[in-house]
Each structure stands twice: as structure tokens, then as C-alpha cells.
Design a protein around this ligand. Structure first.
Ligand code: PHE
Length: 350
């Protein structure tokens, strides 16, 4: 074997191959061609065993020389190709900073949602659970178990949307969740829960009524609970929502599921009680219905009224939001004018 000739051949081959490489794939193919298991240089190297001992050293050096030649070429070409590919990528991803930007829209949380979260946080801090109930409800929970049997006159005050039969309806208040929660408690567990959610009534829509509105229900059941506990809890909630100066009062009312029942009023935050258009010159604003859970309801829902007592309340959430943010038409909550949220969000920040 003529070593000179062999190595020259390989060197020429490398020079020739150099001209045709333009990608990493091709470059790596060349690496296999020269240095792979059956590569040209590898094969040449394997012939060292046939070389007489005294020539082995020179042979080795020559093979190393071509291997070095290839490696230098490989390393240089690799840098070239990588730089070229990076430049191409940068070029194709170039951003034209002179193009006009898409304008940013200002977002803000929905203010009803804010009131809900605010109330949830407050009640959770007092150990209440937040619970949800179905909007499509059974007559059983919406009325029967709340001491509103069929034919009860108070059913009329909640003109209800019935679905398919007279047993399935859109809940007319969040109070059915009271019954559901008590039944789950199986007459054994004390209960502290609030439930925010949508409710439906066949009201005509006007500035203060909507056939779809939100309530937050509250229910506490334990062994020694009185109307005074309700008063204290309502006081905390009112001050949290409307400020430390807010005073509260109860007026007698009627709900079949509470006895006694009350309307809960807060002192008018606008005039401080002197009388103005917001409080219709009374100095007071009603924001929820409430009362001590009627023993009949406790019993129907599995709680022994001799042992257990409770209070319940139901806030109208739009009403709270309207008062808190000075909105005078309930319908604006259901018209998709996003400006409202931004507007009132900003107002509160001031
Ligand atoms: N569910 C009553 C309503 O919608 C409000 C209420 C809740 C009253 C809980 C008493 C206790 O008018």
C-alpha cells in the first residue's frame, strides 16, 4: 500500500466534499463518511495491523494528520452553518417596530362579582363555607321544605318560572340551598354556610326589578343561636360593606321559613340618616330579608328543633352593588356594556 497516495486521495476527497456542504445534515453525513465505523479514515487506520512495526509510527502520524484535517474542516464548517442558520432565522422573525400597535383595552372585574367575592371573603373569615346549589330546582326544595306548601299564599309573592311540570322550576330564591345543606348535615352537624347565586322571578323588568337577579343566602345552625346572633352578624356584614359608621336595624316581617322574620336595614350612607332621595327620606335602606329558622323547617330538614336553632338571611346582590357603587338601574348589570365595570372600578379606587 502506498501511504502517500492513500492519504492524498483522502485529502483530495475532503477538499472536493467541502464544496458541497450547506447544512448540518450534510456535514454530519460527511462525518460518518470519514470517521464513522466504516468511514474512509477509520478503514485506513485499521490497516495499521498489516504495516511492518518500524513503519507503524509514521503510518499513525499520517492517519492522524488526515483525521485532524477533517476535524478542523468539520469544526469550522459547523460554526459557519450555525451562524448562517441563526441569521436566516433572525431575518425571518424580524419584527417591524414601525407598524402601528394593536390598542390595549382596559379590563376590570365585574362589579357584581366583586361584591360576591367581598361577601364570600368576609363570611369565610368567620368560618362559613361557600356552597353552590342548582338553578334548576325542585318545588320540594324551593317551597315545600321551606314551609311553603302548595296553595300557600306566600308562593304568589315569588312569581315563579316553572319548567315542564309544576315540580321543576327556576329557583325563585337561594333559600332552597338552606334545605339542601340541612339535609346533608343529617341533623347532626352544625352549619355555617353562604351561597351566592342566580335567582329567577317572573317580574317585569324596570329600574329596580329584573327577572334574573342574584342573592347571597346565609345559614347558621347550631345549638344555641338567637336573633341576637343574627343582629351581630348582620352588623359586621353591613359595616364591612358600607363602612364603620353604618348603623343597622331590624323591622318585623314575614317569611314562612323564618320565625321571627325581619327586614334588615342599614342607615343611609348617603345622608347619614337625615333623609335623602336614596333612602326615600326615611334615613334607612333595606338590604336583606332574614330571621330565625322556623322550627318546622328544621324538623322537615332533619334537625331536632329542641336541640338545634339557626338563623338565615338573603341579600339581594344587585341591590348591594347598586348602593355601594351608586348605580341607579338594575338593568345595566345585564346589558353587556363593559364600560360600567371600568367606570365603577375606578370610582372605588378614589
Ligand atoms: N328568600 C327570601 C327572599 O328571597 C329572603 C330570605 C332568606 C328571608 C333567608 C329570610 C331568610 O325574599
Amino acid at each position: 500500500m502506498d501511504l502517500q497516495k492513500e492519504t492524498k486521495k483522502i485529502k483530495d476527497m475532503i477538499e472536493e466534499d467541502k464544496k458541497n456542504v450547506s447544512s448540518m445534515k450534510e456535514l454530519n453525513e460527511l462525518k460518518v463518511k470519514y470517521l464513522g465505523k466504516k468511514g474512509v479514515i477509520t478503514e485506513l487506520n485499521s490497516k495499521i495491523k498489516d504495516v511492518p512495526n518500524e513503519e507503524k509510527k509514521e503510518f499513525g502520524m499520517k492517519v492522524n494528520e488526515v483525521r485532524g484535517l477533517f476535524n478542523v474542516f468539520y469544526d469550522e464548517e459547523k460554526i459557519n452553518i450555525e451562524t448562517k442558520e441563526l441569521n436566516e432565522k433572525l431575518e425571518s422573525e424580524k419584527i417591524d417596530i414601525t407598524l402601528p400597535a394593536t390598542s390595549l383595552t382596559i379590563g376590570a372585574p365585574n362589579i357584581l362579582e366583586k361584591v360576591v367575592e367581598d361577601m364570600e371573603e368576609l363570611f369565610m373569615s368567620m368560618g362559613y363555607d361557600v356552597i353552590e346549589g342548582p338553578e334548576i330546582e325542585e318545588d320540594l326544595y324551593n317551597f315545600e321544605l321551606l314551609n311553603l306548601p302548595k296553595g300557600h299564599p306566600a308562593r304568589d309573592s315569588q312569581d315563579t318560572f316553572y319548567l315542564e311540570s309544576d315540580k321543576i322550576l327556576l329557583r325563585s330564591h337561594t333559600s332552597p340551598v338552606q334545605a339542601r345543606t340541612m339535609l346533608k348535615g343529617k341533623g347532626e352537624k352544625p352549619i355555617r354556610m353562604v351561597c351566592p347565586g342566580k335567582t329567577y322571578r317572573r317580574d317585569d323588568d324596570d329600574a329596580t326589578h329584573s327577572h334574573n337577579f342574584m342573592q347571597i343566602e346565609g345559614l347558621l345552625v347550631d345549638e344555641k343561636v338567637t336573633l341576637a346572633d343574627l343582629k351581630g352578624t348582620f352588623d359586621v356584614a353591613a359595616k364591612h360593606l358600607f363602612g364603620e359608621n353604618c348603623k343597622t336595624r331590624f323591622r318585623p316581617s314575614y317569611y314562612p321559613f323564618t320565625e321571627p322574620s325581619v327586614e334588615t336595614d342599614i342607615s343611609c350612607f348617603s345622608c347619614g340618616g337625615k333623609g335623602c332621595s336614596i333612602c326615600k327620606n326615611t334615613g334607612w335602606i333595606t338590604i336583606s330579608g332574614a330571621g330565625v329558622v322556623n322550627p318546622k323547617v328544621l324538623e322537615m330538614c332533619g334537625y331536632d328543633p329542641k336541640k338545634w336553632h339557626g338563623f338565615a338571611f338573603g341579600f339581594g346582590l344587585e341591590r348591594v352593588a347598586m348602593l355601594k357603587y351608586g348605580i341607579n338601574d338594575i338593568r345595566t348589570f345585564y346589558q353587556t356594556d363593559l364600560r360600567q365595570n371600568v367606570l365603577f372600578d375606578r370610582k372605588e379606587d378614589k
